[in-house]
Design a protein around this ligand. Structure first.
Ligand SMILES: [Zn+2]
Ligand SMILES: [Zn+2]
Length: 367
């Protein structure tokens, strides 16, 4: 049984939600210590950990980052954690890479660092690691994600994943309660919410950009159906291909919501509850990864960079430390029916390809 499969087999059975990856992180830490790394556990008081090996010779510090958290699903009415985004595979690939990098004595200069971060799905795991100093000394950082089959099948990999910026906005609309027979004495928060939803739908950015802003949740219940509701809560999900486009979209959305509420005398209290920056990818790092992919899969295995409206909290690393050179690649594993799907599955043999490409990248930077 291959090393990566052994790790996966265990990690897959212990899915843990963001910032609760206690067993996952304890297992990874133990393996990394055995492999000879200097391990820092509980980075910034979280389940995150960092493993370091210093060759003692001058050279860059290269970090490979993996995420560890599972997703919370509701199956048959029961809440449960499941690895439907493949973070157990990412952790298994990074852990195996760390072990084989030592076994095969690949690092000849500089320092190699493995960052196992919590809570990617919550969008705050990378930020917690950054606050804990995980990338203070890092020059180059690489991350990877399994890709759906239709985007990148097994035997192929993309050297750059251009993720979009994503933002969640939650808004409380406040009106004035009244009897349903006397609506003129109240201000209907549900009307304010629906006006705001329509106003946001009428926002336009340059249509050449791949963006969207849409309401994804509306909660309003005064407890009775014959009174005017005074409170409504609406969530919007925003996507934009660049951080600049997201800034423009966010400003327009917040203004539309505020004006829509005010048009009937209601107020809107908006909170930006989650923000993930767009991909900022360094071309030199993309080139190193592309070469690493070709080393393992040949020229035919390398596919073009992928642009996706999905978000990835990895991009907080280059956003918070602009001097870091970041690369993010996608691995084809015949993943179906899709990420975050409760029946998500993929060809487990493809994890070995992930390990080999990761090692090839380490070899190219530190070998
Ligand atoms: Zn995910
Ligand atoms: Zn993911």
């Amino acid at each position: 049984m291959s090393q990566v499969f052994k790790h996966y087999q265990y990690l897959h059975t212990i899915p843990e939600l963001g910032f609760e990856e206690h067993k996952t992180s304890a297992y990874i830490s133990e393996q990394l210590k055995k492999a000879g790394y200097q391990v820092t556990e509980h980075v910034n008081g979280t389940t995150g950990l960092v493993a370091l090996y210093d060759s003692g010779k001058s050279g860059p510090t290269l970090a490979l980052r993996a995420d560890m958290d599972a997703l919370g699903h509701i199956i048959d009415g029961k809440h449960c954690a499941m690895h439907t985004c493949g973070h157990d595979a990412h952790s298994s690939i990074a852990l195996t890479t760390a072990q084989q990098v030592m076994q095969e004595n690949i690092v000849k200069k500089g320092r190699i660092k493995f960052i196992f971060q919590p809570a990617e799905e919550l969008g705050s795991g990378a930020l917690a690691m950054i606050e804990g100093g995980a990338i203070d000394d890092v020059d180059i950082i690489m991350g990877l994600h399994l890709r759906p089959k239709e985007e990148c099948p097994k035997g192929f990999a993309t050297p750059a994943m251009y993720y979009s910026a994503s933002t969640t906005i939650e808004v409380d609309f406040i009106g004035v309660p009244a009897h349903g027979a006397r609506p003129h004495l109240g201000i209907n928060a549900l009307d304010a919410a629906s006006l705001a939803i329509q106003s946001v739908n009428a926002i336009h950015l340059n249509p050449a950009l791949c963006y969207s802003a849409k309401a994804t949740r509306c909660l309003c219940d005064a407890g009775v159906t014959n009174s005017i509701p005074a409170k409504a809560n609406v969530c919007w999900d925003l996507r934009a291909p660049t951080n600049q486009a997201m800034d423009e979209l966010k400003a327009k959305v917040l203004q539309a919501i505020e004006f829509a509420a005010r048009s009937i005398g209601a107020s809107a209290n908006a909170v930006v509850s989650k923000e993930i920056p767009a991909a900022e990818i360094n071309d030199e790092v993309t080139e190193i990864i592309a070469q690493g992919i070709k080393d393992v899969l040949g020229d035919k295995g390398l596919i073009a960079p992928v642009y996706t409206p999905g978000g990835e909290d990895f991009f907080n690393y280059p956003r918070q430390k602009p001097t870091i050179k970041a690369g993010f690649w996608g691995l084809g594993v015949d993943l179906q029916p899709g990420l975050h799907h409760p029946n998500m599955h993929f060809d487990l043999d493809a994890m070995d390809i992930g390990v080999n490409i990761s090692k090839a990248c380490v070899q190219r930077v530190l070998g």
